[in-house]
Design a protein around this ligand. Structure first.
Ligand SMILES: C[S@@+](CC[C@H](N)C(=O)[O-])C[C@H]1O[C@@H](n2cnc3c(N)ncnc32)[C@H](O)[C@@H]1O
Ligand SMILES: [Zn+2]
Ligand SMILES: [Zn+2]
Ligand SMILES: [Zn+2]
Ligand SMILES: [Zn+2]
Ligand SMILES: [Zn+2]
Ligand SMILES: [Zn+2]
Length: 472
């Protein structure tokens, strides 16, 4: 299982540090749309088409799930454009938000609880005469009103990592998040890709919190009206109901003070951080303009992501910090093996001061007076680094050659000039810049970018490593 978890980690990192980059700046370019709104523009750096730009689906990372693909320099025929329109339409949900709501009201008020049915295969609450169309499907019967208040438990989790990656928080994590929001005096929460937090807030009896859900999952259009839910794509900031949704979200935020709002954000881990960052900034701008927040303030965000993506988040959001709290999921079986040993690898990244987010002593967290934050019990303060440096697993050990703390399973390698796992291969850099090989930046920030000497330099660098390795 440990090996399997490593495999998943590699895949998540590969989605973000691959030979393909997303190009955010598309000003002056006509961006085509797939069924999930405007496509993203990418460039690949290797293979026969290296350097050629293309458009692909922003939401789904497998062509099997959304086949949209178009070269940026391609002339698309009218016939193909028409065909794409037909495909996009066929991939939309069966009903509009209004129609889903009307159907749901009929189910709620017109059908006795013993007769109420949900087709879990289609994610659709059924009207009386529709049963036949779903004959071979997975049908849930006898749905009472209490069950309808917990849609995230009724719907089958869409846990394909390349599409919805629907991993749902455990009860404990939901309670933790709600407690934190309350103690931070938040009243309005934007749940971006966090249906379970939304559901818990909607069911809260005290009513101190209000929530607005933004999610790609069309099934929630049945349960929540537009005043609480909009179908939204977090990779291209696309509201499927356009301005109408923006108006509802604006209305939700209207009247509350800027510091009463927070956003809880749990995206698919394989998604591109750069694209997510753009959407976060746009939502933040909306919050700023509606609540008239001072320009130097930012929307309070709790972003759930694996610890090994820390650098990528901090690169985009300098004021974010990673908390030690280990986020627990109900259906994240992929992480189970390691979770038993070390706890979950998923953390919270936030721009809220970590001191304000109290972690329970009962679960082993303690307050580090030097760092002014709560740290996990294994995360012992290092006086040399002047921080609590352990990210995951056993307590990190200080390496004076690297001048930082590293995993205890690693030891310093004179060839790589960093701490590496025993038995690693010195000539295969697992991370770092594809152009010059340095570990402290990505291809995008490489000073050698665009230089003709770059590949020569990389070749030389690899050669040197191999020579050193032989000497070693
Ligand atoms: C990792 S799950 C998070 C669920 C959360 N842990 C909870 O329990 O509420 C990812 C969520 O993002 C949603 N999602 C996936 N792709 C999306 C996209 N492109 N835009 C918006 N939401 C998306 C999924 O439907 C799912 O609810
Ligand atoms: Zn698509
Ligand atoms: Zn069905
Ligand atoms: Zn510390
Ligand atoms: Zn240290
Ligand atoms: Zn070292
Ligand atoms: Zn090495």
């Amino acid at each position: 299982m440990l090996q399997f978890t490593k495999y998943i980690k590699k895949k998540i990192m590969a989605a973000n540090i691959s030979d393909t980059d997303v190009i955010i700046d598309t000003e002056g370019i006509t961006v085509p749309e797939c069924a999930h709104g405007p496509a993203l523009m990418f460039v690949r750096y290797s293979g026969s088409d290296a350097g050629r730009r293309f458009f692909a689906c922003s939401a789904f990372r497998d062509r099997k799930d959304c086949s949209f693909f178009q070269w940026c320099d391609e002339k698309v025929s009218q016939e193909k454009l028409e065909m794409k329109k037909v495909i996009n339409k066929s991939m939309q949900p069966k009903y509009s938000h209004r129609q889903y709501r009307e159907r749901f009201q009929l189910v709620l008020k017109g059908i006795h609880k013993n007769e109420r049915q949900l087709c879990r295969t289609c994610g659709l609450f059924l009207l009386p005469d529709e049963e036949k169309e779903h004959e071979d499907h997975d049908i849930l019967n006898k749905i009472n009103k209490a069950m309808l208040k917990l849609p995230s438990q009724l719907f089958t989790p869409l846990d394909n990592n390349k599409t919805y990656a629907q991993y749902l928080f455990s009860k404990k994590t939901v309670a933790f998040v709600l407690d934190q929001l309350k103690s931070l005096n938040k009243t309005h929460v934007i749940c971006l890709g966090a249906p379970r937090i939304h559901e818990a807030i909607m069911n809260e009896e005290t009513g101190t919190l209000k929530s607005y859900l933004l999610d790609l999952d069309f099934r929630y259009m049945q349960v929540y009206g537009p005043e609480n839910f909009s179908r939204y794509n977090m990779f291209n900031h696309h509201f499927f109901d356009g301005e109408r949704s923006v108006k509802f979200l604006t209305k939700f935020l209207t009247g509350c003070s800027h510091d009463q709002v927070a956003m809880v954000f749990d995206p698919p881990f394989g998604g591109m951080v750069e694209a997510l960052s753009v959407s976060i900034r746009k939502i933040s701008e909306l919050w700023k303009s509606v609540t008239k927040a001072p320009t130097d303030l930012t929307l309070s965000i709790l972003w759930f992501f694996p610890y090994f993506m820390e650098k990528r988040i901090i690169d985009s959001f300098k004021d974010f910090q990673m908390l030690d709290y280990k986020v627990d999921y109900d259906n994240h079986t992929l992480f189970r093996g390691d979770v038993k040993k070390h706890g979950s690898p998923v953390r919270i990244f936030t721009n809220i001061h970590p001191q304000k987010i109290k972690l329970s002593a009962d679960e082993g967290y303690r307050f580090c007076a030097v760092c002014k934050r709560y740290s996990a019990k294994e995360n012992i303060h290092c006086d040399v680094c002047d921080s609590c440096p352990t990210k995951y697993g056993a307590t990190y050990r200080h390496c004076f050659k690297c001048d930082r703390c590293n995993k205890p399973s690693k030891e310093h390698c004179e060839v790589c000039r960093t701490c590496q796992l025993k038995g690693h291969s010195c000539d295969k850099p697992s991370q770092g810049c594809h152009i010059c090989g340095a570990l402290d930046h990505k291809r995008r920030e490489c000073p050698e970018k665009g230089s003709q000497k770059a590949s020569k330099r990389k070749r030389k660098w690899v050669e040197n490593r191999s020579k050193k390795k032989m000497k070693c």
